[in-house]
Design a protein around this ligand. Structure first.
Ligand code: BGC
Length: 394
């Protein structure tokens, strides 16, 4: 099955990507999955019965994407697929190039966790012209109808859980006291970041409006609180500036709502270096990265939100295999799958600017020092080695 990519489209793409071609398809491993600086027509889908799955992950620095990549690869391979797994170092051009290369190498299915939900749209036109179905993994792909399904957690709920924890920890419903809070939200080009922000803000807004919560920096909008690339360093720097500018002498800070664990690490570092108060500052997070699990146990981070990545990959692989068989999974796909975890089917909430993307959503779990042993260790997601060191067995 050969498809010809319109030349104009290719030339446009070359402005931002290095397009490559592989005529010799004798590749078997990632190492052999090479790029050639040569413009060519895509020859998609292998004719020899091989099923090729391209998995494009945003970056390797964050713990979670390493687990996601490993789980997805293992399960697709177990089901007889060949897998090409690429990490984009949080670079849009790299991710676009990775995806083009996957298509060019005959990918039959793409699983993409987008660095920038809107920027990869042109590459997806190539996927369309090559008849390659696309699953948006964890992060929604925006402004295109070339996305078949979305698999993620209930991202709005993640923000709600973070806010609910703070309402409880700060006793906002039981005390007349005014508490001071600052916000550290995620990367604006990651569509999830806005869901986390909206979930948290919708939940905290009544307290911001009735004066029980104050933001001394005045920074509450999504953009002014955002953190490019979810960077720990940028989160730390921004909070250090806020602490030095708005919390001089003994001004008290009670909470920092951080959208995820990489930003929470930065916030905890800033508090350690630049906060003068001696009170507990409640910090939220998401992902339960190992460093943050330690911080929850020692009390420097109040909570995180655990997302069972294995579940996310189980759903994605099942969906992907079904798509490869030519099916169009619907709601009954969940009951037929007999998963030992909750998954909800959503055809209303995930509008990507072009269409509502049919979604399968998993349940996030709030983790504090009170339930961490039961939820994470007793359930086997994390373990301690003989020296007592914690490692993730998610
Ligand atoms: C994911 C989070 C992750 C963040 C930074 C989000 O899209 O849902 O789990 O912490 O990206 O990589």
């Amino acid at each position: 099955m050969k498809k010809v990519i319109p030349v104009i489209l290719l030339i446009a793409l070359l402005a931002t990507c290095v397009f490559v071609s592989v005529k010799n398809k004798n590749y078997n491993t990632d190492e052999e999955f090479t790029q050639r600086p040569e413009l060519a027509v895509v020859d998609n889908h292998s004719d020899d019965g091989r099923i090729i799955v391209g998995i494009s992950m945003p970056d390797r620095l964050l713990e979670r994407w390493n687990h996601d990549g490993t789980y997805l690869r293992a399960q697709f391979e177990k089901n007889g697929c060949e897998v090409f797994l690429r990490y984009a170092n949080n670079l849009i051009d790299t991710q676009m190039n990775d995806i083009l290369t996957m298509i060019d190498n005959g990918a039959d299915l793409l699983v993409i966790a987008a660095v920038d939900g809107a920027a990869i749209t042109p590459v997806l036109e190539i996927a369309r012209s090559s008849n390659v179905p696309v699953i948006a993994y964890d992060r929604l792909i925006m402004d295109t109808d070339v996305v078949n399904y979305y698999v993620s957690f209930d991202n709005y709920k993640v923000g709600v859980l973070q806010a609910e924890y703070l309402i409880d920890a700060l006793r906002l419903n039981h005390s007349a006291r005014t508490r001071n809070i600052e916000f550290v939200t995620g990367d604006p080009v990651d569509n999830n970041a806005r869901y986390f922000y909206n979930g948290a803000m919708d939940t905290l807004r009544p307290y911001l409006e009735n004066g029980k919560l104050k933001v001394l920096s005045g920074q509450t909008s999504f953009y002014e609180t955002s953190t490019s690339q979810w960077s720990t360093d940028l989160s730390q720097q921004r909070l250090q500036i806020i602490l030095n500018s708005y919390y001089p002498n003994n001004a008290r800070l009670d909470a920092v709502l951080c959208a995820n664990d990489s930003t929470a690490l930065g916030a905890v570092r800033a508090l350690e270096s630049d906060y003068n108060g001696s009170n507990t500052v409640y910090v939220t997070g998401q992902d339960c990265d190992v460093a943050n699990v330690y911080n929850i146990i020692d009390g420097s981070q109040g909570m995180s939100v655990f997302k069972a990545l294995q579940q996310e990959s189980v759903v994605t692989v099942a969906l992907g295999l079904s798509l490869l068989e030519g099916n169009t999974p619907g709601e009954d796909f969940i009951s037929q799958s007999n998963w030992a975890f909750n998954c909800s089917y959503n055809t209303t909430d995930y509008f990507n600017g072009t269409k509502i993307v049919t979604s399968y959503l998993l349940e996030p779990i709030p983790i504090t020092s009170k339930n961490i042993e039961k939820e994470l260790f007793d359930n086997g997601y994390y373990r301690r080695n003989s020296a007592g060191l914690i490692y993730s067995a998610k």
